[in-house]
Each structure stands twice: as structure tokens, then as C-alpha cells.
Ligand binder design. Structure first.
Ligand SMILES: *Cc1c(COP(=O)(O)O)cnc(C)c1O
Length: 444
């Protein structure tokens, strides 16, 4: 028997646990000093005991990845209003697979359109919420594969300068196959594709072609020249997919906005919301200029299911949660200027980190003008890099990840949290500085 009291009991526990986590988020070790093996599941223990179990045996061993100094991968946190909306979405528990009998799908469409406007997409483009950029890339590439087979009776090859690993995954799942990846050279010293090389590669290619453009490359934050690529694709009759998982958020900052110009000419576009928008996992949008083709791939018609334009006919999922609500809420609460403030701040923090790292005698491996910094110790090689990275992460002050750029092992830091302050950058630099000093002492 369920009554409102049972819900209140459970939610009061949830509120207490969340309060404790969020109150310590900025100060707890960014990654736990030690992570034990998962405790056995306390089957049938009841609400009190199960909740106590979480507090004692799980919560102390979590990552502070939603906090201000987690710089691994591209990781957003959750703003207060986004988290609240996510809770409400669970309480409402709408299945946004169809448009029947609930306003949820309509609100999702409103949200998709509002963000499309800010990203500067063509108003004719449609979009669907999916679980992440990997899934959005899959939607784009599966639709491109269908376009190629439909028009030219062959699988397409995929041309890209610095494709994210999820593009290869999407190629495999969509049936294009990883082996049809055609790497194109990048501009000297950059991770941005060389447009002349792309034009040449397409000119000598027989059969259908898909170009995957990076709007924000994961190691450097570099952008492909979307205007140039759109023109090249138009001339060659190629499909243009833009992976703007985090980089499309440059559109929120007046200073960086020009980088996304040209995205309005894409055939399909990926953007993640659980990264720079700082909504909880999992949330992304797959935009398309070809909803009819997309529907031919993803349609799941059946006598008992609804009809067009139900969302279930456009994405890999049928049933899914009301993902749009958190994204709707952040824009409703803060407006584009409010979101743009942390986008601009994160970019400034990346530049400040790069400057500080230089003063510590470290090499910054690329020009920093978005939110990512890749750097390396002067003593070259993976061993020196690993030793420094281990010191940095063991500090508990910050978390970074390894990378390799132009063949050189490096360390990567990405700023994408709404709550990161300039004081956090000072703390991070202090932790890196202690690591550098400690290693110098070991060597001498
Ligand atoms: C993070 C990222 C992805 C994959 O996104 P998920 O949300 O982890 O699925 C794809 N492309 C780029 C450029 C990314 O930064």
C-alpha cells in the first residue's frame, strides 16, 4: 500500500543524503583516497537500513566529479535548479516515448527548439533527447548510412580530422563499420582538419561520403572550420555531421560564438547537455535536418504504439525518462546570459591554468582558447608524465587524465563546471606545483 507518507519518508532520506554530499562536495577529496570493493547488496533490509548502508558504505567512496576541481574528461556537475528538476522528473515519471496524454513531449520539443536557437541551428532542424553524445553520434551516423544506401546503394566512408572515439563506436553500431574511417590530416600544430586535404580526399573518393566535423576537440578544444567544411561538403555532395558535444556551448559566449558559425549548414549535429550545461547524467540532443530519413531508420510502428511525430520513432530508445526537464529549467532560471557566464569563466580559468603551468616550468602543448589545457613535464616521456599525474591526483585537490598529443604523452585538464571559481585555479596550481617540486627532489 502506498501513501504520500511512504513517499515522504523515502524522499526525506534522499534529501538528507543529498544534503550531506552536496555540503561536502567542494571540500571532499576530488577522488577518494581508497575505494573498497562494493559491499554486498543488503537484500530485504528495509528503507532505514538500506539508506544507512548508502550513507556509511557508499557515499564516502564516491568521486567529487560534480564538484569544482574535477578536470577529468569533460565533466559537468549539476546546478541546483537542474538537480531539482531532475528530482521532479523522477517524481512525475513520464515516459516521453509518445505524445499521447501528457504535455511532456511537447515541452521537450520546446526545449530542443530553444537550445537550437542559441546554438544558431537552422530553425528547420528537429532534435531529440538521447542519453549522451555517443548516442547522438549514433543517431547522426545511422541516418547518414541510410541516406548513403538510399541514394547511392552503398555504405559511406567517414572522413574526419580528429574524430572522438565515440564516432568509431557509432560507425560500428550503425553498420558502417570502423574500417570505413578515413583519417584526414590536420593543420600544422593543430587538431583541426586541414580543409584543403579534405577537399582533395573527397575529390578522389568514389561513393558516398560522410564528413564528421569536430566542434570542440577533446584534447585541445580546437574547432574545425565549420563554414569551410560545409562548403566542401556541399560541393562534394557529402553528409556533414558536427560533433559539438561540449564545444557547441561556445555559442553561449559572445567572444567565442563565431567558432560555431557554419553549424547551421550541417545535416546532423550532436550536443551533450550533461557536460557544459551542467544538468545531471544523462542528457544530450541529436539534431537533424532529415527527420524523414531518421524516422525510416528508427521507426517502431505497431498497432499498439503511437504514430508520427512520437519521439520513439526517431531515436534508439522507445521508453525514456523526461530528460528535457532539467535542461528546460536551467534555461528558464538563468537565461542564455547566465549560462554564458560560466562558459566564459571556464575558458578564462583554462587560460589562467595554462599561464600558471608555464610559470611552473611545464610545457603547454597547444594554444588554449576554449576550456581545455593539455600539458607535459619538460622531462619527456610517459614515465615522467605518469609520475607527475599520480602526484597531482593523489593530492585530492584535483583530478586530471592522461593524453597523448602530437605523439607526446601529456596531462589533460578540462573546465566545464558551473561552480568552479578563480580561487579553485589557484588551489589546482598549488597542487601541481607541489607535485613538480616533489619530483624534482626525487630526481636530485
Ligand atoms: C564526451 C564526448 C563524446 C561522448 O559523449 P558521451 O556523453 O560520453 O556519450 C563525443 N564526442 C565528444 C567531442 C565528446 O567530448
Amino acid at each position: 500500500m502506498s501513501s504520500i507518507h511512504h513517499y515522504r519518508d523515502a524522499l526525506d532520506h534522499a534529501r538528507r543524503i543529498a544534503d550531506e554530499f552536496l555540503a561536502t562536495l567542494a571540500e571532499r577529496p576530488v577522488t577518494p583516497v581508497h575505494v573498497p570493493a562494493a559491499p554486498p547488496l543488503p537484500e530485504g533490509a528495509g528503507l532505514e537500513a538500506a539508506m544507512a548502508w548508502l550513507v556509511e558504505r557508499v557515499q564516502p567512496f564516491l568521486s567529487a566529479s560534480p564538484g569544482p576541481r574535477y578536470l577529468g574528461f569533460v565533466t559537468g556537475g549539476a546546478t541546483p535548479e537542474a538537480l531539482a528538476a531532475d528530482w521532479i522528473a523522477s517524481a512525475w515519471d513520464q515516459n516521453v516515448s509518445n505524445e499521447v496524454g501528457s504535455i511532456a513531449a511537447a515541452l521537450e520539443a520546446t526545449t530542443v527548439a530553444a537550445y537550437a536557437d542559441i546554438f544558431g541551428l537552422d530553425p528547420a532542424m528537429r532534435g531529440q533527447f538521447v542519453s549522451g553524445a555517443t548516442s547522438a553520434n549514433l543517431v547522426g551516423l545511422a541516418t547518414a548510412r541510410h541516406w548513403a544506401q538510399h541514394n547511392q546503394g552503398a555504405l559511406p566512408h567517414v572522413f574526419a580530422g580528429a574524430a572522438h572515439s565515440s564516432i568509431l563506436k557509432a560507425m560500428a553500431i550503425s553498420g558502417i563499420g570502423r574500417e570505413r574511417h578515413m583519417p584526414v590530416s590536420t593543420l600544422p600544430g593543430r587538431t583541426s582538419v586541414d580543409p584543403a586535404a579534405l577537399r582533395e580526399a573527397l575529390a578522389s573518393h568514389k561513393g558516398p561520403a560522410v564528413v564528421v566535423a569536430s566542434a570542440g576537440e577533446v584534447n585541445t578544444g580546437d574547432f574545425d572550420d565549420l563554414q569551410a567544411l560545409a562548403a566542401i561538403c556541399a560541393d562534394a555532395g557529402a553528409w556533414l555531421h558536427v560533433d559539438g558535444a561540449f564545444g557547441l556551448f561556445a555559442a553561449f559566449d559572445d567572444v567565442q560564438r563565431h567558432k560555431v558559425t557554419g553549424v547551421e549548414r550541417a545535416d546532423s549535429v550532436t550536443v551533450d547537455l550533461h557536460k557544459w550545461l551542467n544538468v545531471p547524467y544523462d542528457s544530450a540532443i541529436a539534431y537533424t535536418r532529415h527527420p524523414d530519413l531518421q524516422r525510416e531508420v528508427f521507426a517502431a510502428t505497431s498497432a499498439y504504439l503511437g504514430d508520427d511525430p512520437d519521439p520513439l520513432h526517431y531515436t534508439p530508445e522507445n521508453s525514456r525518462r523526461f530528460r528535457a526537464l532539467a535542461a528546460w529549467m536551467v534555461l528558464a532560471v538563468r537565461g542564455r546570459e547566465g549560462i554564458g557566464r560560466w562558459v566564459a569563466a571556464n575558458c578564462a580559468q583554462a587560460r589562467a591554468l595554462a599561464t600558471g603551468l608555464g610559470l611552473l616550468g611545464l610545457d603547454v602543448l597547444h594554444e588554449v582558447d576554449l576550456n581545455i589545457v593539455a600539458f607535459a613535464p619538460r622531462a619527456d616521456g610517459a614515465a615522467a608524465r605518469d609520475a607527475l599525474l599520480a602526484r597531482i591526483n593523489a593530492s585530492g585537490e584535483v583530478f586530471m587524465t592522461p593524453t597523448v598529443l602530437k605523439g607526446r604523452p601529456g596531462i589533460r585538464a578540462a573546465f566545464s563546471n558551473w561552480s568552479t571559481s578563480d580561487a579553485d585555479v589557484d588551489r589546482i596550481l598549488a597542487a601541481v606545483g607541489r607535485g613538480v617540486t616533489a619530483l624534482r627532489e626525487v630526481r636530485s
